[in-house]
Each structure stands twice: as C-alpha cells, then as structure tokens.
Design a protein around this ligand. Structure first.
Ligand SMILES: [Zn+2]
Length: 474
C-alpha cells in the first residue's frame, strides 16, 4: 500500500503571484524548497473546462469532447456543458479499484458519479440538486457545515463573499481529511473567482495568496506523512494590451455577415442600448457567414468555427480546408495575434464535433461579442502550477515542460497503478531516487468511459447558465 496522496487544486493559481512574494507564503515556500515544482501548461484553451477534466483524465479536449463551458447546437443555440457531456475516465475511478478516494469541488463533476469513497460536485452544480456520492453524504455535510450547499451560488460582485465560500470549503476539506481516504483531491476556486472580480487588481493578489497559504499550512499539518500535490488548471494575468474582438475582425474581413437591412451603426446602437453582449446567434446571417466565434471570453485564446453545410442549420460552406487556410493566413499576418493553430494539428481523438476548426491566441484579451464591448484586464493565462512534496518526491527539484495531461498518469504511477494507454500525458519525473517507485512506467488498456446520464432539467440548465454569467464568464 503506497503512502496517502493529497492533491490540492487552486483554480487559476500562477507562480507569477507566488514567486515574487514567496517570503510571505511560508507554506508554498516550504513545499517548493523541499519538493519538486514547475509550471504546468494548461489545455488549449486555458479555461476551467476543459482544463480540470483534462487533468483528471489525462485526455486532450479532442477526446473529452469539450472546448468550453458551452457548445453550440446545430441551430446556433447554446448548450451548457455538465459532466454528462464530458467523455473520459478520471484517475480516481482507476485508483478507486484499489483505494478509497475523496473527491471534491472538481469542476465538471456534476451530476455526481459513483466512486469508492466520497464525491462532492464542483462549480455550476445547479441549486437544489443532488451533489454528493453517496447521496446521504450531503446530509452529513449539511449538519457539519450548515449552509454548505449555498457555496455553489456565485459570489456576485463582492470579493469578500469569495472568502466566506473559501472558509466553508476549507471546513469540508478538513472534514474529508478525517475520513481517511487514500487519495484526496480537493479544488478551491478562490484565486480564479477572486481575480475575475471587476474591482480586483494585481495589487490585491498577495492578500488572496496569503489566505491560500494559511490553508495550505493547515493541510500540510493534517496530512503529515502523505505525498502532497498542489496544482492549478491555468494561470492568471492582468493584461494591458488591446482587446481583440474576434467576430468584429471576421466581419471586417468578410467572413461574417450581419442579419437584416439596418445599417451597421443602427445595429451597434441597438446593441449598446440593450447593454448586453450580443452574441452571434442574435445577429449573424447564417447563410452568408463563413465562420464565427462563440467561446467564453476570459483568456487570450479563442476558437473559430467554420459554418459548414451539414454541421450548422444554415451552414453554407462546403470547402472547410479553403476557409480554414484563408483565415489562418489572415490571422497569422495580424499584428494583434500571437499564434494561430489549426485544430487538426493540436487535437486528437474521436470527440471533436463541438471543437473549433482554428484556435488562436491574441496579444490582448479575446472577446466573442459581435461588437466591441466592455472588457476586463484580469484573464486566464496558459501556465498553471505544479508542486509536489512528500516522502516519495524529489527534494529541491524544478521540472520543465509539465503538461496538464501529465497529472493523471503521474498520480496513477505514484499509486502503483498501471497507466491507461489512451492518456495523452506521461508520468512526470518527480520521484525521489530511493522511493521505490519504479522509473519504468507500465501501461494498461484504458477502460471504456461510461457516458453519464444527463439528469438536468431546463431549469437546471438556466441555473448553470446564470452561474457562469455571475462569474463573468459569459
Ligand atoms: Zn479555472
């Protein structure tokens, strides 16, 4: 039986906010100095979903089937993603064959699935719905931490509410540690949720990280003798560059046409008067549009979807390659663009139906509203964090090129479980030489993912959408 493993996730944590103030963060400092750490490259795009599911399964978005919190139906309406839309077997399911697990707050885990232990679902869990496995565990949580279920609601505009949620989550973590699971995986949303608040700037970040550090100190103390990992799904940056409005860019180059006879000025005025982001489904002329973008706006990355015949209701494009090549060429020559990638070159797998055809990174924040709108400086960045510490982990080591898909194989290898052969990542080289953990990785045929049954109602979907809106994601 290997040592216990505690994995703490901090959504959106970045070394850019840790290293400059490391002396104020004794727990992070201790783990970094006495363990192994390195930047962790997120998924493309570096968004909470698909990033956490990718970390949990070791799979890229082309296998998971999700690019974002939403995908577009054939009729241009939106579908808000939940766990039943995400393919792939998370590491805790493999680990659960041998060990007791406790999994909590991992985004994309609602509706809850059976585990060998406990599971508490994560963000976008619709209000009033079952959120634990086993089902009865919710009652236990409610009597230990009254009002816990309220933490699924968004914190609104007030940053102090983020701390209240954090404290409740910390109580749950402490309670779960006492449950004595062999593998504990717990995600805190605090750095991400805090950083997305409109009133928050770079100068406010040390306070947030000191709070995280105090919690980490407590976790280290409570988990003595265990191996500990601290991870994040992507980083965060305050970006001062010009925002990039993808659909406006496509329109100006003739790839996207707006609906109706009204002049551009009139449409823009209408958009402003409504004071809401106008998304493409309201405004574009499907029959005359070759490509558009619709992903949530909280990073410098964006997708471009070709309006293909047979794929979308009004899709009129027959030559996908031709449109892709032309847009890639135009984007690549734009000074506001950092890099352009063809989806075919970056994603592998059979679940690419809802993924875009092109992915690009702009220099400033990317937005998918049809007309330029109010923007934010706080956005996701590509590199999250990886820190590991414990009896089996190398001391004082820094690793390079760690990817988010490496986490699941690393966890399984550490636990002495063979790595499923469909995982895109590899176990990271983080183990202490004499730890007894074989350097040679052995593989096993991957289990077939059972598709979770969708259990949500129209009302649930509306609540999930509302959550994303309150977070400032859509
Ligand atoms: Zn995130």
């Amino acid at each position: 039986m290997p040592r216990k493993l505690v994995i703490v996730g901090f959504d959106g944590a970045s070394f850019d906010f840790i290293k400059p103030v490391i002396d104020e963060l004794p727990s992070f400092k201790k783990l970094i100095e006495r363990g192994t750490h390195g930047r962790l490259e997120s998924t493309i795009p570096p968004i909470t979903i698909p990033a956490w599911p990718s970390m949990s399964t070791g799979l890229n978005p082309g296998k998971l089937g999700v690019f974002d919190f939403r995908y577009m139906n054939d009729d241009y309406s939106f579908h808000t993603v939940d766990g039943s839309d995400i393919a792939g077997v998370p590491f805790w399911e493999y680990a659960g064959k041998k060990y007791k697990v406790a999994i909590a707050n991992v985004p994309g885990t609602w509706p809850p699935s059976d585990v060998n232990g406990f599971l508490v679902t994560g963000m976008t869990t619709p209000e009033g719905r079952e959120f634990t496995y086993p089902k009865e565990f919710a009652g236990e949580i409610e009597s230990e931490i009254p009002g816990y279920a309220d933490t699924f609601g968004a914190s609104g505009k007030d940053p102090s509410k983020v701390y209240i949620t954090f404290e409740k989550r910390m109580l749950l973590l402490e309670y779960l540690i006492k449950k004595d699971a062999d593998v504990l995986f717990f995600v805190f949303r605090i750095p991400d949720e805090f950083s997305h608040k409109k009133t928050i700037s770079k100068e406010d970040m040390p306070e947030c990280y000191r709070t995280m550090d105090r919690a980490l100190g407590k976790i280290i103390k409570m988990s003595e003798g265990s191996n500990i990992m601290v991870v994040s799904d992507h980083g965060f940056e305050f970006n001062e560059s010009e925002p990039f409005f993808v659909n406006d860019w496509l329109r100006k180059r003739g790839y996207l046409k707006l609906k109706g006879r009204a002049s551009l000025l009139a449409k823009r005025a209408l958009f402003k008067a409504r004071k809401k982001p106008a998304y493409i489904y309201d405004l574009i002329d499907g029959k005359k549009t070759k490509a558009f973008s619709y992903n949530i706006s909280s990073a410098r990355s964006f997708g471009v979807w070709v309006n293909m015949e047979g794929r979308f209701k009004e899709g009129a494009v027959k030559d996908r390659e031709g449109v892709v090549n032309s847009i890639v060429k135009d984007l690549a020559s734009d000074p506001n663009i950092e890099r352009v990638l063809k989806a075919d070159d970056i994603y592998s797998g059979e679940n690419r139906k809802h993924l875009p055809d092109i992915v690009a990174f702009s220099k400033g924040p990317a937005y998918t509203t049809v007309f330029p709108t109010e923007t934010e400086k706080g956005i996701h960045s590509t590199h999250g964090i990886f820190i590991a510490h414990g009896p089996d982990i190398a001391v004082g080591k820094e690793i390079a090129n760690a990817r988010i898909t490496d986490i699941a194989p690393t966890v399984l290898h550490l636990l002495g479980i063979r790595v499923p052969d469909n995982m895109d990542g590899e176990p990271l080289d983080i183990f202490e030489g004499r730890s007894g953990i074989s350097r040679k990785v052995s593989y096993v045929k991957a289990s077939k993912a059972k598709k979770k049954k969708s259990v949500r109602s129209k009302d649930d979907e509306e609540k999930m959408r509302q959550r994303l809106k309150e977070l400032g994601y859509i």
